[in-house]
Design a protein around this ligand. Structure first.
Ligand SMILES: NC(=O)c1ccc[n+]([C@@H]2O[C@H](COP(=O)([O-])OP(=O)(O)OC[C@H]3O[C@@H](n4cnc5c(N)ncnc54)[C@H](OP(=O)(O)O)[C@@H]3O)[C@@H](O)[C@H]2O)c1
Length: 340
């Protein structure tokens, strides 16, 4: 016996990827429903070898469904997810709405799987921000060995992190650069994204940081350890899929770069590609469609006693969203719902 699963936001970047991953990982499904807004009622989406037609989220009845995977943004989640949770259908949400709620577990299965048991307080589990998810997969095993005190991270985030409209804007502006009569002003982003980088993701906070940067701080604390200090600079770059991060950590105990490389090699969800030669590292185009978080450029930070630098790349639509959500569903099934 398998699960009755609902994918909410099935026409979007993350929703489509959730359907691909549910099929690829052969999640035990008895019945599946795909939902989006009324605008796209009847739109066809692919699930394995089958084609499904989307239904309207606003009128869907979640009674009798086991698990729902959400990727529709905070506003639609706020309006509709409580109905699903109340009907007994566990909500696994990709938006930021519930991430900081103390009664909602925020889970990266390689890092804090034990938190899954807290789902029953609200019947909701939150999925972290894409930049946080890939970073904490790498931080956790290093923290277990040497206690991380401080993290300094700069991100290079792809436009797919801003949804399908973000991808369209990069595509259209790139073409327009070669055809200057076809002007494509910035709409989704605050400045031209084609052939440019923008040091601004999400809204500004009072202290001058952005909400995206704040999320990395708050979520790392909730998922890994409240004592870890994080400072982040989040930058949008003209890459379609795949987020990259330059990460610097300071640890309590000394951790040699070779030992760090060995620890990361043995850790779940991580692939180390770290040859000190031309091309001996991973770039975003190579991580697209992969499950792993790739780590390269591991090296000592010689400016402090206990410091390391590394480069971290992952498919933001997968580990940063859809894959992590499906892994949470697998964990929930294995540990709590126990069907399939
Ligand atoms: N992209 C990432 O890397 C990433 C990572 C982590 C988390 N997330 C989060 O995941 C969510 C979705 O992101 P995305 O990149 O997939 O966005 P997207 O490509 O813009 O897709 C949005 C999806 O939400 C649906 N939707 C929007 N408003 C709706 C409403 N009122 N009722 C029903 N459906 C509605 C859309 O349906 P229609 O086609 O009918 O409009 C579409 O299926 C966001 O909360 C985002 O912050 C994204």
């Amino acid at each position: 016996m398998g699960y009755k699963v609902v994918v909410v936001g099935a026409t979007g970047n993350v929703g489509r990827e959730m359907l691909n991953i549910l099929a690829e990982r052969e999640f035990p499904i008895d019945e599946i429903a795909v939902l989006a807004s009324r605008r796209s009622l009847g739109t066809e989406v692919t699930f394995g070898d089958t084609t499904l037609k989307t239904k309207d989220l606003a009128t869907f009845d979640f009674t009798g469904w086991d698990i729902s995977l959400w990727a529709v943004g905070s506003a639609a989640t706020k309006e509709h997810a409580p109905k699903a949770a109340k009907a007994g259908c566990v909500v696994i949400d990709n938006s930021s709405l519930y991430r900081y709620d103390p009664d909602v577990p925020l889970i990266v299965p390689e890092v804090n799987p034990e938190a899954v048991h807290g789902y029953s307080k609200k019947n909701i589990i939150a999925n972290p921000n894409c930049s946080t998810a890939q970073m904490v997969v790498a931080l956790k095993p290093l923290h277990d060995r040497a206690r991380i005190k401080r993290v300094v991270v700069s991100t290079y985030q792809s436009v797919s992190g801003a949804g399908k409209d973000g991808m369209d804007e990069l595509w259209d502006q790139t073409k327009a650069v070669y055809n200057p009569t076809d002007d494509k002003p910035a709409k989704k982003f605050t400045k031209q994204i084609a052939f440019n980088v923008i040091p601004h993701i999400d809204v500004f906070m009072e202290d001058g940081s952005t909400k995206e940067e704040w999320k990395m701080v708050a979520e790392t604390k909730k998922i890994v350890d409240t004592s870890i200090k994080v400072t982040a600079t989040c930058v949008r770059v003209p890459v379609f899929v795949g987020h990259s991060e330059a990460v610097n950590i300071e640890t309590e105990d000394f951790l040699d770069e070779d030992e760090a490389r060995d620890i990361l090699r043995e850790s779940p969800g991580i692939m180390v590609i770290d040859k000190r030669e031309d091309g001996g590292y991973v770039t975003p185009v190579e991580c697209v469609g992969d499950f792993a978080t790739f780590i390269s450029r591991i090296r000592q930070d010689s400016t402090i006693d206990n410091g390391l630098n590394f480069w971290c790349v992952s498919d933001n639509l997968r580990k940063g969203a859809a894959l992590n959500a499906v892994q949470i569903a697998e964990l929930l099934g294995r540990e709590c719902l126990k069907k399939g």
